[in-house]
Design a protein around this ligand. Structure first.
Ligand SMILES: [Zn+2]
Ligand SMILES: [Zn+2]
Length: 339
């Protein structure tokens, strides 16, 4: 008899809770019993029709679970293993993959976007996408490893040097992960720009040296404190005013990492002369090429923890409420607990 599982399927218009049949596991795959799956801003955008997706598909790309069955060729995992999943599957054969730029893969497929993901009782995933975690890992925290892996890639591109001043735009989950990473760096000073006073308070508690709102007065103060701008600016807000301010507050010779996801149709007036004359580097950061293991290692070693991150948990049956919670930013993170 065919096995059915409860799953949240996006059909191209709506997200529906349905019973979905589970197919057989292929030779290089594993069957996972999902433990926890995070709700990402991308999930909200998908359901709003504002982000790329291949429907119908089970959403959810930030998850962890228990291996309950392995394909015949899988040697790296066994039933009972607790794993976090890197959702981004590259082909290994296109021009980008052959150059090691797997995040730019021409045939990229993501679990929870193109292939059934984590908002379900079970998921079938390629074994190579699974990263084993220590048995005592908190599954709610393990669901944050995917966003951490993306933050690590952006952080690597920021290339912070000893003594740099680091300016982070956005005090949401990603901004806080960047803050935690910056705390491990030799930066001389970490400043966060965040409009929400409550979030600024959290950032200060988590080790930001200073936290400012995004107004003009704050801008001139930051300019003064950093003596003409920060060497490194990491933009994690994804709104135009923040990107504009980021470009104004980077020091001559400095670097801006565009990590936040701005609406794709929005444009920015930039004077090429300024980029030239001020010798500014502007770089993007997309997904998590080769950083998932780094995320797992940093977390497992206790160098990065999520203890102080406010996480709201919902059951799968409450996924609509969970999406609303995330959409309204009622907590730093929202997860679906399937245990
Ligand atoms: Zn995500
Ligand atoms: Zn490829």
């Amino acid at each position: 008899m065919e096995k059915l599982m409860r799953a949240a399927v996006y059909d191209g218009t709506n997200l529906n809770l349905t019973d979905k049949p589970l197919r057989a596991v292929a030779a290089d795959e594993v069957l996972l019993k999902i433990a926890v799956c995070g709700v990402c801003g991308t999930d909200i955008k998908i359901v709003a029709g504002q982000s790329y997706v291949t429907p119908p598909v089970v959403l959810g790309h930030e998850y962890c679970g228990y291996v309950i069955e392995t394909g015949t060729q899988v040697t790296s995992l066994e039933p009972g293993d607790f794993v976090a999943i890197d959702p981004n599957i590259s082909c290994g054969q296109c021009q980008y993959c052959r150059r090691g730029q797997v995040n730019l893969c021409e045939n990229l497929q993501a679990l929870g976007v193109d292939i059934d993901g984590g908002f379900a009782e079970y998921c079938i995933a390629p074994a190579k996408q699974c990263f084993r975690l220590p048995e005592n890992t908190d599954p709610v925290q393990a669901a944050l490893l995917e966003p951490l892996s993306c933050a690590i890639y952006g952080f690597q591109k920021a290339a912070i040097k000893p003594g740099d001043s680091v300016l982070i735009f956005g005090g949401g989950l990603i901004g806080i992960l960047m803050l935690k990473l910056a705390r491990l760096s030799p930066a001389r000073q970490i400043i966060v720009v965040e409009p929400d006073a409550q979030r600024r308070k959290i950032c200060l508690k988590l080790g930001a040296d200073l936290a400012f709102s995004a107004d003009e007065k704050s801008e001139s103060e930051i300019f003064k404190i950093t003596q003409g701008g920060a060497e490194v600016v990491i933009e994690c807000a994804g709104v135009l005013p923040a990107v504009e301010q980021a470009l104004r507050l980077v020091k001559n010779g400095g670097r801006v990492v565009i990590f936040g996801v701005s609406p794709s149709e929005q444009k920015l007036p930039v004077a090429p002369y300024e980029i030239y004359r001020r010798d500014i580097s502007i770089t993007g950061s997309f997904l998590n090429p080769f950083t998932f293991k780094t995320a797992v290692d940093l977390f497992s070693a206790g160098r990065i923890d999520f203890d102080d991150i406010e996480i709201n948990s919902f059951r799968l049956s409450g996924i609509m409420d969970a999406f609303e919670n995330q959409r309204q930013h009622k907590s730093l993170k929202t997860v679906i607990d399937l245990r």
